[in-house]
Design a protein around this ligand. Sequence first.
Ligand code: F6P
Length: 192
Amino acid sequence: PRSIFFSRHGESQYNVEGKIGGDSSLSERGMRYARALPALITDNIGDAELTVWTSTLQRTIQTAQYLPYNKLTWKSLDELDAGVCDGMTYEEIEQAYPEDFANRDEDKFNYRYRGGESYRDVVVRLEPVIMELERQENILIIGHQAILRCLYAYFHNLPQADLPYIKIPLHTVIKLTPKAYGCDEERYTLPI
Ligand code: F6P
């Protein structure tokens, strides 16, 4: 049966600094994940043919760079656009936009960043990606936290209110195998 594989990009420089958004490169630890990813995949799934989808952002492309498969970049897979808050830490956002910060906490799914997006917006822009995913064989998506939350919620049929809080850890491959109802799931983590 076909499976869909998800991984966040390796740890980025912005992840280390606690900043959101941006287009930073991988940290040294993130680079170790990129180098270990080909073996993490073949050790767990063998040599089945995969196609790798990344966003247009450096951190996903760098994470995919050592994978020996065909690759496609999707603008629609870019991380949730945090608008005026792009590049800030959560503390800086709370200082600069205290009301927005509280509103986001109140309704994280619908909160839209000034000049940016909400989770609801991202769900809409992912529709074509999901349609294509449904038509394809084994796809590995190297993505971003908010994006993978939306895709994961779609395949597991999770409610919108829970979606923005789904835990998608770094340095972990999530394998979903669609069944008649729902999906089977396995996870492979790199201990670094
Ligand atoms: O911190 C990494 C990151 O991918 C940010 O770029 C993004 O804004 C954030 O996670 C999304 O998570 P949350 O919606 O919980 O802030």
